[in-house]
Design a protein around this ligand. Structure first.
Ligand code: NAI
Ligand code: ABU
Length: 500
């Protein structure tokens, strides 16, 4: 068992199988960018169907031995994973910044919470992966039934790029705790972190081929979804890709899917709110991780009576915002994931302004000194918007805050729910009765009251409506990575059996 030492570069291998970092031969590659410098740091080979199938087959062969361990035995290994992550928090966080461009202060939190995730699933698995017992007619010791909770086999996971390490952990920790093997395909925009996780898992004692990383784009993802050995797919990404994945997972054999998809969350600020608190909440809800958070509350509804005061306080607070070098401890907003994504956000802001929106600040690419080629965007605040503008209806996935006035509670709830998405929502008020009345009406998987963007490993996370189905981060997740077998028992098989 090798000790985990964070590598200084990953260009020698962005695959993980047979228990170590590897590369493969391939005719096709994609470029790996470092968002904060804008430099290409690797050319990653793309796994075709043949390579994908081979790695999945090895996982299929390795899984039964892992499944033979009891949940407690597996949990001991997963607790070691948590320990190694904590011991290497700084090195892993530095890698996360290089991979994704986010501020180091945020990356540290992502890594710390990933350790908690392994610890949580290690701890709950022995109690949660349990069966039931049923009496059948006759003496209880002659005939009864019981259930067993068994792993599914090999689970295929496909991730987005905004939380490269954490997204991977949210899938891998429960899947492994339940006794499955995993084949993970990261986003080609942030391929490194799951490979580092592989090295951590091996150092903790996860057997070879139980955890694997393959690389590629849509074709590789599709090869994963349509492989017969894959018994479940867990996906984090956009709604259109989620639709394709759900379809692909029904094609060759029926695979259950967990879909964590996009959002367009509303954030409602009532006129009884302490303005400074609401300003901090709105900034957290919009500019965390450069605005690249699925739960982001871009639609900020502010009561008309306080919207001027709120806007003034917000713009004043945003004068302190520091955009730039993500390794600087004082930076609040780092680099966007890549140039195309940055252009997409700029384009949405430009079109909104052409349609009549008023840009109050930011909204353009910037080139901080020393990092001129990095993908930096000055967070935007827009007002003078209407509900049917593209920027108000479509997911932006960038640092753009939209200010929309409202007059009445019923009106704002209706506007908040008028979207196909249903991932998250938030509200600020001092009136607790109103807060819970609205929480009950909002069509979203998570509601934040006087707070935003909290995620705890023991609280369910997932979407309503087109934002997906299934939950991560809770005991229920373990059930989604396992299946129930019912066993009927007759301890007296020699007794005469009566039909009917
Ligand atoms: N609900 C949630 O927990 C989260 C949702 N997201 C959502 O993810 C999106 C941003 O991430 P992106 O990487 O741009 O999403 P995306 O949907 O473009 O890609 C996600 C992953 O799917 C793969 N993929 C693309 N086409 C595929 C296909 N046909 N078959 C199989 N795999 C395929 C990509 O290579 C990537 O690994 C946003 O919509 C965001 O809201 C992001 C993070 C969390
Ligand atoms: N820590 C936030 C997770 C949500 C997301 O992946 O966008």
């Amino acid at each position: 068992m090798a000790q985990f030492v964070a590598p200084s570069h990953l260009s020698d291998g962005l695959y993980f199988f047979h228990g170590k970092r590897q590369t493969i031969a391939s005719e096709h590659t994609f470029k790996v960018y470092e968002p904060h410098t804008g430099q290409v740091v690797a050319h990653c080979p793309i796994a075709d169907k043949h390579s994908t199938d081979k790695i999945i087959e090895a996982a299929h062969n390795a899984q039964p031995k892992w499944a033979e361990l009891t949940p407690l035995e597996r949990g001991k290994i997963l607790n070691k994973v948590a320990d190694i992550i904590r011991e290497n928090q700084e090195a892993l966080a530095q890698w996360e910044v290089r991979t994704n461009g986010k501020p180091i202060t945020e990356a540290r939190m992502d890594i710390a919470s990933s350790a908690d995730t392994f610890q949580f699933f290690a701890g709950v698995a022995p109690a949660a992966l349990k069966g039931d017992y049923f009496d059948l007619p006759g003496p209880a010791y002659d005939r009864f039934a019981y259930t067993r909770r068994e792993p599914l086999g090999v689970v295929g996971c496909i991730g987005a790029w905004n939380y490269p390490f954490q997204t991977c952990v949210w899938k891998v920790a429960p899947a492994l705790a339940a006794g499955n093997a995993v084949v993970y395909k990261p986003s080609p925009f942030a391929p490194g972190s799951p490979v580092l996780l592989g090295e951590v898992l091996s150092a903790a004692g996860i057997p070879d081929d139980v955890y694997n990383v393959i690389q590629g784009e849509a074709d590789t993802g599709n090869a994963l979804c349509t492989n017969d050995f894959i018994r479940k797919v867990s996906f984090t990404g956009s709604v259109p890709t989620g639709q394709k994945i759900q379809e692909a997972c029904a094609k060759r054999n029926i695979k259950p899917v967990t879909l964590e998809l996009g959002g367009k969350s509303p954030f409602i600020i009532f006129d009884d709110t302490e303005i400074d608190n609401a300003v901090s909440g709105a900034i957290l809800a919009n500019f965390l991780n450069q605005g690249q958070v699925c739960t982001n509350a871009t639609r900020v509804y502010v009561h008309r009576r306080i919207i001027n005061e709120f806007t003034e306080a917000l713009l004043k607070e945003l004068e302190k915002l520091r955009v730039g070098n993500p390794f600087d401890e004082k930076t609040n907003v780092g680099a966007n994931i890549n140039e195309d994504h940055l252009k997409k956000i700029e384009g949405m802001v430009e079109r909104a302004v052409e349609e009549g929106a008023k840009l109050l600040r930011g909204g353009k690419r910037i080139h901080p000194e020393g990092f001129e080629n990095g993908f930096y965007f000055d967070p935007a605040v827009l007002t003078n918007l209407t509900e049917n503008m593209e920027i108000v209806t479509d997911e932006i996935f960038g640092a753009v805050m939209l200010l929309l006035p409202f007059d009445h509670e019923d009106e704002v709830v209706e506007r908040a729910n008028k979207t196909g998405f249903g991932l998250a929502s938030g509200l600020y008020t001092r009136d607790l009765r109103r807060a819970h009345r609205i929480a009950a009406q909002l069509q979203a998987g998570t509601v934040f009251i006087n707070t935003y963007n909290d995620t705890e490993v023991f609280v369910p996370f997932g979407g309503f409506k087109n934002s997906g189905h299934g939950r991560e981060n809770c005991v229920e997740t373990l059930h989604a990575y396992s299946q129930v077998k019912s066993v009927y028992v007759n301890t007296q098989p020699n007794l005469e059996h009566h039909l009917g």
